[in-house]
Design a protein around this ligand. Structure first.
Ligand SMILES: [Fe+2]
Length: 217
């Protein structure tokens, strides 16, 4: 795939971070990409200052992240999301990035980001440590000339990911959820993702029971 070729040419500078959560089901992480509506709900507050969260009337002065995205399932084991981000003061954008995320199988994502300063490729791998415990590794690749921005992205991505973890750690299981209109990509994602489960896969209900009564994994 194109993204793979890109990664070899970008392998000039690498950084990474690792996160771990104990209340996380494997599909929660890729589902985050299909949950387009959550981007402006969760990832809008500025990474530069929390003044906008504390004093909303200052939002136009401190700026915020504005997102638009489209998730599309493939006919195979891949799915893609096109993503646009702007850091905006009121209606004015001062920093735009465009990205293409490719979900490859149940636990790997390649995110190719285009910025005015150069490209960055983020590789995300998820390793299940137990049914509800996942280890998530982000590796960042970029040309050496874009190293300062990439280092900033490592920290920024880490802060953004922590916002998702807070939600994952407080979620509740609902067996037959009602979907609203903005959730239609979540429904499509769950249908697409079901190809990675087999008849022998552990159900969420059983996983919760085992989580309370630790057994071998
Ligand atoms: Fe998120």
């Amino acid at each position: 795939m194109a993204e793979c070729h890109d990664s070899s040419s970008l392998r000039l500078f690498t950084l990474g971070n690792t996160a771990q959560s104990r209340r996380l089901w494997l599909n929660d992480i890729p589902e985050n990409g299909a949950d387009v509506a959550h981007l402006n709900a969760v990832h809008s507050p500025s990474l530069l200052t929390n003044l906008g969260e504390r004093y909303p009337f200052l939002l136009n002065f401190v700026g915020q992240h504005t997102w638009s995205a489209q998730w599309t399932k493939g006919e195979d084991h891949t799915a893609t999301m096109t993503l646009s981000h702007n850091y905006t003061f009121g209606k004015f954008s001062v920093f735009r990035i465009d990205a293409l995320a490719t979900q490859i199988g149940p636990a790997h994502v390649r995110l190719l980001i285009h910025t005015a300063f150069g490209p960055i490729l983020i590789s995300q791998s998820v390793t299940p440590l137990s049914p509800l415990e996942q280890k998530v590794i982000h590796r960042f690749f970029s040309p050496a000339y874009n190293a300062p921005l990439t280092a900033a992205f490592v920290r920024g991505e880490s802060f953004m990911f922590e916002r998702d973890v807070v939600i994952w750690n407080n979620k509740r299981f609902v067996s037959s959820p009602a979907y609203v209109k903005s959730d239609k990509t979540i429904r499509a994602f769950r249908s697409w993702y079901s190809q990675f489960y087999s008849e022998g896969s552990l159900s969420f209900r059983d996983a919760l029971r085992r989580h309370r009564e630790p057994l071998d994994w």
